[in-house]
Design a binder for this molecule. Structure first.
Ligand SMILES: [Zn+2]
Length: 154
């Protein structure tokens, strides 16, 4: 979510200079979070930039067979946003964690609507992070299809 929506302590409400306060495309939609936040469209984002570096390093460590490092990076990539909710963190900004989880909930609600409109039953979900979300939903949908196929063969 941070990479996809450019969410970072230095992009939420443009940090020091509100350069995008009046830009419509910078506003966080009210259906995502009703707090009138916007996300800078002009600044280089520190957190998503770091996440991209961690993702590239994780792929490298996976290819090298270094499982400990790749799992450590996975935890950092998936849960790093939670640090922004900790007042002891140097770059603490609750809005970052709030926006990332809000976009996760919003994405889940859209996926639920799509799944239901295509005849799927939602049996569970996981919004702990972006990739698990999609993999888990895909698994649960397949499981439902498997159950349907299993019942047909009886
Ligand atoms: Zn801006």
């Amino acid at each position: 979510m941070a990479i996809l929506y450019n969410i970072s302590f230095d992009t939420v409400n443009c940090y020091l200079l509100p350069c995008c306060a009046d830009r419509l495309e910078a506003k966080v939609p009210l259906e995502v979070l009703d707090k009138r936040y916007w996300i800078c469209k002009q600044k280089v984002d520190a957190f998503p930039t770091k996440l991209k570096e961690f993702k590239a390093e994780r792929i490298k460590q996976k290819q090298l067979g270094n499982n400990v490092k790749q799992i450590g990076l996975k935890i950092l990539i998936n849960g790093g946003y939670g640090l922004f909710g900790n007042p002891g963190f140097k770059y603490s900004d609750i809005r970052v964690a709030e926006l990332i989880t809000a976009y996760g909930r919003y994405t889940l609600s859209i996926m639920q609507q799509i799944a239901k409109s295509n005849g799927f039953e939602i049996v569970g979900s996981n919004i702990s992070h972006y990739h698990n979300f999609f993999f888990t939903c895909a698994f649960l949908f397949r499981k439902y299809q498997y159950d349907e196929d299993f019942n047909k063969s009886d």
